[in-house]
Design a protein. Structure first.
Length: 404
């Protein structure tokens, strides 16, 4: 009498694996080392409009086509290729704004995880992806709500600010010391509220593509110096020194939107001052130039960011370094998320919307620039910003950024 337990066990395992893959809501594709499809689950087949059996053996580029903006991502720039070549995991988030084009030509937004595998025979990697159309729609509705609510809040806040200033200037009568203290508290709270409303307005405007960009000749070193002069009172109040390291050879005049770039530099420098610790507070700001090839090799530059730069192009590089709190490693991947603030930052500085860095990133991406950071908790952080030296083009829009 013969028993075939090993074969039975394999059959049972295959049935279990098939049941697991079929029940998954996420699309899953297994590819070989030549980037051809080995296996695809039912969810992936539905999303890509191709039967799993038909997809088997086809090059992954034929059925899983990624689109950024109006352009399809070519094979050399594909996150699939990077994951396979580097045997790493590439994560595509909602903020990356990547779309997948299925067989019928329909585009749908995705989040995905692409992992290259090394010690699994002919298996080269695995792709797990989701259709996030509904999440995108919800995000759009939230943006529209924030825009409307912010506009409605701004008018009464402006009136409150005006009347508080009249009281502070004693235009309606003398104030005693206690009354001045109360008015001062109201004034500070009003300024914080207006700042928050402006941040919300800026988010909704940039996300909706309504911000106009007015390119004018700008001497970047002068712009940075102007920002440092503006924040000098804040630095002095916190006993903080600011050191500006200028390039040995001055940067050329660049066509930029001075308001947008000034807002970015201002936010990075004020953050560096606020989150600095210790008796000897020092914030270092530097300006220089760098090539696209050098940017791609720098520590802290993500795959998505490296893909955006042109290797032969020259960029202006601005860096802001503090020796303060630092960003905990566990939350570094979230630092550019909307409304996110690390716990140590909240403890050190209660006020803050968590929108500044998010807006900075949106602005820089809009003008062909990048922002990234390197940080170590309790040692400090360096934020880096690049802007194309060739300058930017003006873009028509409805409004500029909201300001205090």
């Amino acid at each position: 009498m013969r028993f075939f337990f090993p074969q039975y066990r394999r059959d049972e395992e295959n049935i279990q694996l098939s049941a697991i893959l079929s029940s998954m809501r996420e699309g899953l594709i297994l590819i070989d080392k030549a980037s051809k499809v080995l296996l695809m689950n039912q969810a992936a087949g539905i999303l890509l409009r191709i039967a799993p059996a038909e997809a088997k053996g086809k090059p992954i580029q034929e059925i899983f086509r990624l689109v950024k903006g109006n352009e399809e991502i070519s094979s050399p720039d594909s996150p699939l290729r990077k994951a396979l070549e580097e045997v790493s995991t590439v994560v595509i988030g909602l903020e990356d704004d990547l779309f997948c084009k299925n067989r019928s030509g329909k585009l749908f937004p995705i989040t995905a995880s692409v992992t290259g595998l090394l010690h699994y025979g002919n298996i080269g990697g695995v792709i797990i992806f989701n259709d996030v159309t509904q999440l995108k729609e919800i995000d759009q509705m939230k943006t529209e709500f924030v825009s409307v609510a912010s506009h409605q809040l701004r008018t009464p806040l402006t009136a409150i600010k005006l009347f508080v200033e009249m009281l502070w200037n004693e235009e309606v009568g003398k104030l005693n010391q206690k009354q001045k203290e109360y008015i001062d508290n109201v004034q500070q709270s009003t300024e914080r509220m207006i700042s928050l409303v402006n941040d919300l307005l800026n988010v909704s405007r940039v996300e909706a593509g309504r911000v106009k960009i007015e390119a004018t000749p700008v001497q970047l070193e002068n712009l940075i110096q102007g920002v440092l002069d503006e924040v000098a009172p804040l630095a002095k109040g916190r006993s903080c020194s600011i050191e500006f390291l200028k390039p040995s050879v001055s940067l050329p005049t660049i066509l930029l939107d001075a308001t947008l770039i000034r807002q970015t530099v201002h936010n990075l420098v004020t953050n560096a001052i606020k989150y600095s610790t210790g008796e000897h507070c020092l914030v270092q700001v530097s300006a220089g130039r760098i090539s696209g090839r050098e940017i791609a090799k720098m520590k802290g530059v993500s795959y998505q960011s490296a893909r955006e730069v042109k290797p032969r192009e020259e960029y202006a590089l601005i860096q802001v370094t503090d020796h303060g709190l630092g960003i905990p490693k566990a939350v570094q991947a979230r630092i550019f998320e909307k409304f996110f603030r690390a716990d140590n930052a909240v403890r050190a500085q209660a006020e803050g919307s968590g929108l500044g860095l998010y807006v900075n990133k949106l602005i820089l991406e809009k003008v062909g620039g990048l922002i990234w950071f390197v940080s170590e908790e309790r040692k400090g952080t360096t934020f880096s910003v690049t802007i194309p030296l060739k300058g930017i083009k003006s873009i028509k829009g409805e409004v500029g950024l909201a300001e205090m």
